[in-house]
Each structure stands twice: as structure tokens, then as C-alpha cells.
Ligand binder design. Structure first.
Ligand code: FES
Length: 184
């Protein structure tokens, strides 16, 4: 009885010509991939230019004049996106004497106040305390290592400004930003 002859299995490695074809195709695909990545990067950069994201936009907001902002006092300020900020004047120094920090306690979100006489920020909800730079020093925020975020601030002449994120035009008119009220 004759054995039926089955088809030989394909060679484990491609023939020399096949390998060249394979390498040629592989390098072609790699080149197309590189071009696509290059164009993708270009499109991404162009998109950021044409449609800047919220995170890329910020502006300087007037806070107060230095003569109405004595050492030891502070102001509350609301950013266009609703963030509550405390600006404290901690000394006579017109540069380093001012500091702008989030006035929202990182523990559970209560309002933090600057205590000029104690040179600290204080959260009355659970007696959270922060030093003059916003570093947590007591209460739940210190236990969790939660300090107060700071905002860039500058003094030009006798004008105090802070730098805040701006809302984009398609998000509708931003709420009015500005000083809310003087705290202590
Ligand atoms: S919310 Fe500020 S310490 Fe708890």
C-alpha cells in the first residue's frame, strides 16, 4: 500500500529573496511609522497653537496697591475658575513680603485664614496649621503632609499682581475675578 505524499511543511526561515522582501517591507513600514509620528507631533504642536489648552493660559491679575495692604494683613481673592486664594503680606519687604496661597484647606476643604500675629495660616475646622510659606505644621494636614499650593505673585511699583489660570473663550464669560474681602 502506497503512502500518500503530504505537502512538505514550509521552511522555518524565508528564502534569501523572501528575507530581502521581508526586510524591505519592514523598513518601509518603519519609515511610514516614523513619518506618521513626525506628522503626529506636528499636528499636536499645531493643535496646541490653534487651540491652546486651559493649562497653557494664564494671566496677571491686579490684587491691591501696597499702601492699602499693610504688613500683617491679608486679602481673599477669587480666580476666574473659582479658586479661593489668600494673599498675605508678611513683612515690609515689597518683594518677598507677599505670598499668595490657596485658601482651601487640603484636608477637607475649609477656609484657611492668615494669622499675622502668629505668622501662620490656620484652619478652624480641625485646627490645621501651616507656616508662613504654606507648609503644613499641625493637625490633619501635617499628619497627611498636605501643604497649601502657592501662586506666582509680583509687585510692580506699588501694584500687587498674582498669576492665575484663565478660562478659554468657548467656556463662556469667566466670573469676575478680584479681591473679595479683607480678612484680618
Ligand atoms: S478641613 Fe482644615 S484641618 Fe480639617
Amino acid at each position: 500500500m502506497a503512502h500518500s505524499h503530504s505537502d512538505p511543511s514550509p521552511p522555518a526561515t524565508p528564502a534569501p529573496g523572501g528575507r530581502r522582501d521581508f526586510l524591505s517591507k519592514a523598513s518601509g513600514i518603519a519609515m511610514i511609522g516614523g513619518l506618521a509620528a513626525g506628522y503626529g507631533t506636528f499636528a499636536h504642536v499645531a493643535g496646541r497653537y490653534l487651540y491652546p489648552s486651559k493649562k497653557d493660559t494664564s494671566g496677571w491679575f491686579f490684587v491691591a496697591t501696597t499702601d492699602t495692604f499693610p504688613p500683617g494683613s491679608s486679602r481673599l481673592f477669587q480666580s476666574p475658575d473659582g479658586a479661593k486664594i489668600t494673599i498675605a503680606r508678611q513683612s515690609e519687604d515689597l518683594g518677598a513680603g507677599f505670598l499668595a496661597l490657596s485658601s482651601v484647606c487640603p484636608h477637607l476643604g475649609c477656609q484657611v485664614h492668615w494669622e499675622g500675629h502668629n505668622r501662620r495660616f490656620f484652619c478652624p475646622c480641625h485646627n490645621g496649621t501651616f507656616d508662613a510659606t504654606g507648609k503644613a505644621t499641625g493637625g490633619p494636614p501635617a499628619e497627611a503632609g498636605q501643604s497649601l499650593p502657592t501662586f506666582p505673585l509680583k509687585v510692580e511699583g506699588n501694584l500687587v499682581f498674582i498669576n492665575l489660570a484663565l478660562t478659554t473663550a468657548d467656556a463662556g464669560p469667566p466670573p469676575a475675578a478680584g479681591p473679595e474681602a479683607e480678612t484680618r
